[in-house]
Design a protein around this ligand. Structure first.
Ligand code: ZN
Length: 400
């Protein structure tokens, strides 16, 4: 967050830049032996800067805006001033500066696109999405390098939930940048499918999900949604198969699908099938994730979940001391079951207090699973923590 001092620093920088420029201009003029008696433009800057330093920002702005119309050589400085106002949250002033730059009739096409983009940024920051969208579209169509404008457009369309438009822009972005856009495009189709499912339009949802699959074959979210659709239409076998594939391909998503798998297995009276699906994970580094899923989903059946939980509680020294591992080792039968349920319940309450999910790209932590990271806006990078996030639980626990 820029502070008043950074603003003053920038102002001083401008004084230095303006003074240097004025000196160069003076030398140039002397060399040419010009008789012009027009005052150097830097005086306008200095007056504007004095007003800024005296906190008379509006008067300073008037002065800079008047200079925009006449001052050829300091256009970059005006851009810098506009972006500084934006960063300070003074959006009306930033907009004024950029609109005045655009009003100049002699701008080169690069300068014009830079000004349109900057004004788009001002509107974006001000929450005027329609205006920002229209400016970024203009730059994307006309500029030699449309990639930054396409990137901004995608962000706007995502925030508005305009998924079909966003798909078109992603395809353009792929052409321009050469970078594959299949992951976000497939997620946009999933967003459309979820919306259709929410409206009870199964046929429409199926169409979007096929497109998602065509965009990117291995997409766990697509499989989860197809499983939901299959279960809704009474095809439990297909739902089971799809969710099993999700667990085998992306074990970190187990907390998202375990309740569905458990429900399907219970309905078929086949908890042994769920046991057989999860058991191979116990001998891999995914074992703590199985225990974590058992804790967060409040499930201890089939036996593989109980075993994973015991492995977690006794395998970690800190946890073992917290949960009284010796008592657990001595207990048996119903007493042991009750003890495990109590420990699992306590850990669940702790875990639910803090962020349980983390983005693998930017590290953003959150309490809810989101397919798009709220921090860096990447798709499919957030997963449940594979270990109990006791550090953050302790950080966020209210003091007793
Ligand atoms: Zn992120």
């Amino acid at each position: 967050m820029p502070t008043e001092s950074t603003f003053l620093l920038f102002a001083l920088f401008m004084v230095a830049a303006a003074a240097g420029w004025a000196y160069a201009r003076f030398l140039d003029r002397r060399d040419r032996d010009s008789q012009e008696d027009e005052p150097p433009l830097s005086q306008g800057y200095l007056r504007g800067l004095n007003l800024l330093l005296d906190d008379e920002t509006d008067k300073a702005l008037e002065m800079f805006v008047r200079m925009i119309a006449t001052d050829d050589e300091a256009l970059d400085t005006h851009f810098a001033l506009g972006s500084l106002f934006r960063r300070r949250g003074e959006l009306d002033r930033a907009i004024r500066i950029h609109q005045n730059i655009l009003a100049r009739p002699d701008l080169s096409s690069v300068q014009r696109h830079t000004a349109l983009f900057a004004l788009g940024e001002d509107y974006l920051r001000a929450g005027l999405m329609d205006r920002a969208e229209s400016l970024f579209r203009q730059v994307a169509e006309q500029a030699e390098d449309p990639e930054p404008a396409l990137g901004r457009l995608v962000g706007i369309l995502e925030s508005l939930g305009e998924w079909e438009q966003a798909i078109i822009v992603r395809h353009e972005l792929e052409k321009v940048s050469g970078e594959r856009q299949d992951v976000p495009v497939a997620h946009y189709y999933c967003e459309l499918a979820e919306r259709a499912l929410g409206n009870g339009e199964s046929r429409v949802a199926r169409g979007w999900l096929k497109k998602a699959q065509r965009a990117r074959r291995a997409l766990p979210r697509g499989a989860i949604l197809r499983a939901r659709l299959a279960e809704h239409e009474g095809d439990s076998a297909l739902a089971w198969r799809l969710l099993s594939e999700v667990v085998r391909g992306s074990p970190a998503l187990l907390p998202e699908v375990l309740p569905d798998l458990h429900r399907l297995a219970s309905r078929r009276e086949d908890l042994a099938g769920l046991d057989a699906l999860l058991r191979p994970l116990l001998t891999t580094r995914e074992a703590p994730g199985v225990a974590y899923a058992a804790i967060t989903c409040d499930l201890l059946d089939p036996p593989v979940l109980e075993e994973a939980l015991i492995g977690l509680l006794t395998g970690d020294d800190t946890l073992a001391s917290l949960v009284d591992a010796p008592a657990l080792a001595q207990a048996s039968g119903e007493a042991r079951r009750q003890l495990l349920e109590r420990m699992s319940g306590g850990l669940r309450r702790l875990v639910h207090r803090g962020p349980r999910y983390q983005c693998g790209s930017c590290g953003h932590r959150s309490q809810r699973m989101s397919w798009q990271c709220p921090g860096c806006r990447s798709w499919d990078t957030t997963r449940a923590a594979a270990t109990l996030p006791l550090d953050t639980v302790l950080e966020t626990s209210p003091r007793q």
